[in-house]
Design a protein around this ligand. Structure first.
Ligand code: SF4
Ligand code: SF4
Length: 63
C-alpha cells in the first residue's frame, strides 16, 4: 500500500468541515480540531493512519 502522507486539503477553502472524512476513517485517525478562529478542520494522526484513502474518497472536495 502507498504510504505517502495523506493530505485532506492544502488550503482551508478546500475543506468545509463536513466531518465525512473523520466519520469514514476505519482507524479513527481523523479528528476534528478547531483552528485559531474556532472552526473545525480534520487532522490526521499519522501514527494511526492506515493510508487506505477512504477519507479522500468520501471528501466532497475531491473528485
Ligand atoms: S487514509 Fe484511511 S486510515 Fe488514514 S486517515 Fe484516511 S481514512 Fe483514516
Ligand atoms: S471530508 Fe473533506 S470537506 Fe469534509 S471535513 Fe474532511 S477534508 Fe473537509
Amino acid at each position: 500500500m502507498n504510504k505517502e502522507k495523506i493530505v485532506l486539503f492544502e488550503k482551508k477553502q478546500e475543506c468545509c468541515g463536513c466531518t465525512a472524512c473523520a466519520a469514514v476513517c476505519p482507524a479513527q485517525a481523523v479528528t476534528m480540531q478547531p483552528d485559531e478562529e474556532g472552526f473545525l478542520y480534520p487532522v490526521i494522526n499519522e501514527e494511526k493512519c492506515l493510508h487506505c484513502r477512504a477519507c479522500i474518497g468520501v471528501c466532497p472536495f475531491k473528485d
